[in-house]
Ligand binder design. Structure first.
Ligand code: 0GY
Length: 291
């Protein structure tokens, strides 16, 4: 199938970052797509991306100065985790995964995913991407994966916190939130929704935030200096509960694919000391995915 009309492929030639990540750094949010000829996209997907195979991801990891990846299942593959598992088992132990699963998954299949390196499931609430799973189904899946010691990754917008907060608090595992829970940069760091988000992180000590995707929230564009204060506020207040990732291959960008080297160069702006960088890029993801 051709890519969706207007779909923008990943940057063909990212720059070499000036910032050098610490030894053992983990890119904790990225995807593999296809290749479609081997791992077809899901019939119910809402977009068709370009192929973004594991070889390209691993080459980018090395080029950017990273050591490991956390590969997150995207909605275009729905609950068919074969491309993800294939990437994990060919990573030489340098990748862990987050899967999508439905209630029909068997315990034996969960064990297989665990053996391949899956450490979490993702629930996506972004309406343009999925018709989200009913909450009672999620709760039943959560109870099963909690027994494996996995966590839950939540992709939602923190503007929905009022409505979703008590459901999220009821989930029995560590929660990891994609993309800072989607801040509205126009409201500012002092805005009600972002401040509520910080309060929710204060109250829920097992919630972890990905300080990712400035390119999705920026108004001013690269180098995304308008988004950095949001990420920095989270990193400085919750240094042990933040992780970072590229989001390669950047699905559904509206105007342009970000330069991955430039994204890496944002890191010292959001984590200004070596200690914060070590926690963000090595210690926190290692604790969550490799221990
Ligand atoms: C991301 C963001 C997006 C897509 C998906 O699962 C997905 O399809 O995650 C998006 O379009 O916002 O996490 O890379």
């Amino acid at each position: 199938m051709p890519m969706s009309p207007g779909y923008i492929p990943f940057h063909p030639n990212p720059s070499k970052p000036k910032y050098k990540p610490p030894a053992g750094a983990v890119d904790s949010h990225c995807h593999v797509f296809g290749p479609e000829a081997v791992f077809p996209f899901a019939p119910k997907r809402k977009y068709t991306p370009c192929d973004a195979p594991k070889e390209k991801l691993f080459a980018l990891r090395d080029f950017l100065g990273f050591d490991k990846n956390v590969i997150v299942q995207a909605t275009c593959h729905d609950t068919d985790n074969r491309a993800l598992v294939d990437a994990l088992v060919h990573s030489n132990g340098k990748a862990k995964g987050v899967a999508f699963v439905g209630e029909d998954i068997t315990d034996a299949e969960l064990q297989e995913l665990d053996k391949a390196g899956v450490r979490g499931v993702r629930f996506n609430f972004i309406k343009r991407l999925v018709d989200s799973t009913p909450k009672d189904v999620m709760q039943r899946i959560a109870a099963r994966i909690a027994k494996l010691g996995w966590h839950i990754v939540i992709y939602f917008e923190h503007a929905d916190l009022d409505e979703m907060g008590s459901f999220l608090e009821s989930l029995p595992t560590t929660l990891v939130f994609d993309h800072m829970a989607c801040p509205n940069v126009k409201e500012g760091v002092e805005g009600r929704h972002f401040q509520n988000w910080l309060k929710a992180l204060d109250a829920n000590k097992s919630w972890i935030t990905k300080v990712t995707c400035p390119e999705r929230f920026t108004v001013t564009g690269p180098p995304y200096d308008d988004v950095a204060p949001f990420a920095r506020a989270i990193v400085e207040r919750f240094p042990d509960r933040v992780i970072w990732g590229t989001d390669w291959p950047h699905p559904n960008m509206p105007n342009e694919a970000p330069d991955d080297g430039l994204l890496v160069d944002c890191i010292p702006k959001i984590a200004p000391t070596p200690a914060l960088q070590q926690a963000l890029l090595v210690d926190n993801p290692m604790r969550l995915y490799w221990s």
